[in-house]
Every structure is written in C-alpha cells, then in structure tokens.
Design a protein around this ligand. Structure first.
Ligand SMILES: [Zn+2]
Length: 349
C-alpha cells in the first residue's frame, strides 16, 4: 500500500513546480534518442518527453551519454552517435537547448525553455586517453562519471543495481589524471556508479565539488548504488548534491510502496545533510528499456521506474508536503540546488 496524496497537497505541489524551476539530474536521454532514431522515429524529445517536462515544470535535464558496450572503439563511436542524435533531435525545437555554460543557464532561466546538459555516464570509451575529454568538451559534453557499474581504465564501478557485491579497486593513475582534466575543463564529476574505494580516493583527489546524479541513501535501502552516511557527509562537506534515484531496484520500493520509499530517501538525506545537498535525479529507464527491447524485437519489458513518467514528478513533492516537509526546503530540492551547483561549476561562456 502506497501513500495516498490528498488533493490540497497535489495543488500546492503543482503551484510549486509551476513557479520554481525543476531539475532532473539523470535521464538516459541521448541513448534513447539514438535507439529510437535507429528504429525510424524522429523528434523523440518532443513526442516522448516535452509534454511531461512541461507538466512538471522541468527546466533542466541532465542527459547521460550511456554506452552499453565496454569495447573501446565501438563505445567511442556509440558515444559520438548519441551526442549527434540528440543534437539532431532537438535542432528544430525552439524551446529546447543544449546548455554548455553558465551564460546558457542564465539565459535559459530568464526565458521559459528547457535545457539539456550532456554528460558521460562512464568513460570506458576513452580508455586511458585523457585528451578525449577535450574532444567531448568540444562537442558540448559538460560532465562525466569515471565509470559505470564495471571496472574501466580509470576506476572501478560498484556492482549493478540488481547485484549485491562490492567490486574492489582504487582510482587508477589515469583516473586521477582524468579528475584533474575534468576540473580544468570545468566539467562536473558524478560519483553515482563509483565503488566505495574509488569514492574514498576521489574525496582525497578532487579539488572541486562533485555530485551523485542518481543515488539514494544506503541506510534507507541497502544497495551499493546508494551512498553510505559517511559518503553523504563527504559529498555535502565539499558542496555536492545527491539526486534521488527513482528506480524501484535502487529506491527499494519492491513492495509497490514507491512514493513512500522516495519520501524516505529524501527525508533521511535532508535530516542528515540539510536541504542544500539534496535533489531529484530520477533515472527513469522504462522508456529507454522499451526502445532498446523493441529494437531487439523483444516488445515487453518489466517496469522498474517508481513513476510512470516525468509528469508525475510533482506527485513526489506533494507526498513530501503531506508528510510535513516545508516549501522552502522543497524549492531547493526540486531544482534550486542543482541549478546553483551547475551555475558554479560550468564554464562562464
Ligand atoms: Zn546509472
């Protein structure tokens, strides 16, 4: 049995999302756009996402470039293809733009458009060739996680969400060089798939704030994809933000109590860190999985998202209001914190 949200809180949340820019810090958008283009679709963002983004007041989406293959050259080509596909897909959309600088972000917030911020989810595809980060920067990519849920030349990922084993391995020398280069380029660093050992190393090595785009609290649900209390403290102490993951297998809502689990993550993180270090990074994957399965000729997928679509984001906010969270904290959580962070970390222009 999940939380039943009362009408007055739904209205209050809708008003909050209408007047305060909302951020989703993690969506596998570029990959989905490429998959759907390969299947012959066009205008994927407009047809599959724009209405729901508008409904939830979402103004900035952090789109991962998630490369499924660990193969170096095929992976690099796939990353380039994803970036090109996304750019092509939004080319004719007047109200959607790629965000590459603080200036872009300021301009976005002055108007009413929707911004997309590209980042690499895992860097398997660069191997040890750190200069490829500069090539990615030139293409408009503005952040990266060193690894996805597997070892690569830079670091070792924590296991996949459905598994439960800690994969050991520190940041490599190339990984440390990558951190330095990312910081020099004013690209943000994401720790969401990093293993515990790598996280510890990064805390020592990083000089700029880093974030977890799509991770919850391990105290609330015991998955290595979620952060320990100590990691949460380290993240917050250096000015980072954690975007709450909305996948059932990471939020831990396997009994169908989706809203309740999402609320518990946010409430625990806010109690521990204060409202300044908490955000939304829903990682809604069902639409991507559907596109991927359809391309392989497997039409049915198992649902794994806590929400049906982005149009339901205000429902989470409404549930938090009903459970007693104040509006000022929620303005930060739904988007204010991530907008502040990207405003600080992105290059000026
Ligand atoms: Zn991920």
């Amino acid at each position: 049995m999940d939380i039943q949200v009362k009408e007055n809180f739904l209205l209050q949340a809708a008003a909050l999302h209408r007047t305060n820019p909302t951020v989703d810090a993690h969506l596998d958008l570029a990959g989905e756009v490429l998959l759907r283009h390969l299947a012959g679709e066009k205008e994927v963002v407009r047809r599959h996402y724009l209405t729901d983004f508008r409904k939830a007041g979402i103004r900035l989406v952090v789109s991962s470039v998630f490369v499924e293959t660990g193969n170096l050259e095929r992976g690099w080509q796939n990353a380039l293809d994803q970036i090109a596909a996304l750019k092509e897909d939004i080319r004719n959309l007047e109200d959607v733009a790629l965000i590459e600088s603080k200036e872009d972000l300021d301009r976005l917030l002055e108007g009413d458009g929707i911004g997309i911020l590209l980042y690499m989810e895992g860097l398997d595809c660069i191997g040890e060739d750190i200069d490829r980060l500069n090539e990615l920067f030139e293409l408009g990519v503005r952040g990266a996680s060193l690894t996805w849920s597997r070892p690569d030349a830079l670091a070792t990922g924590c296991c996949k969400a459905a598994e439960h084993k800690q994969i050991p391995g520190p940041l490599t020398q190339a990984g440390i060089r990558a951190v330095k280069r990312l910081e020099e380029l004013s690209m943000f660093l994401d720790v969401s798939h990093l293993n515990d050992e790598g996280f510890e190393d990064l805390c020592r090595v990083a000089e700029r704030s880093f974030i977890a785009t799509h991770s919850g609290s391990r105290r609330i649900f015991d998955s290595y994809r979620n952060l320990t209390d100590e990691q949460m403290g380290c993240l917050a102490a250096q000015g980072g933000i954690m975007g709450m993951n909305g996948c059932q297998c990471i939020a831990g809502s396997l009994l169908g109590n989706h809203l309740e689990m999402l609320c518990r993550h946010i409430e625990y993180e806010t109690a521990k860190l204060g409202a300044d270090h908490v955000g939304y990074g829903f990682d809604l994957c069902d639409s991507y999985d559907q596109a991927s399965a359809a391309l392989k000729g497997q039409p049915h997928i198992t649902r794994n998202d806590c929400l049906l679509n982005h149009g339901q984001v205000p429902l989470v906010t409404a549930a938090l209001l009903q459970r007693g969270m104040d509006e000022e904290s929620l303005k930060k959580i739904i988007g204010g914190n991530f907008l502040g962070y990207f405003g600080r970390i992105l290059p000026d222009r």
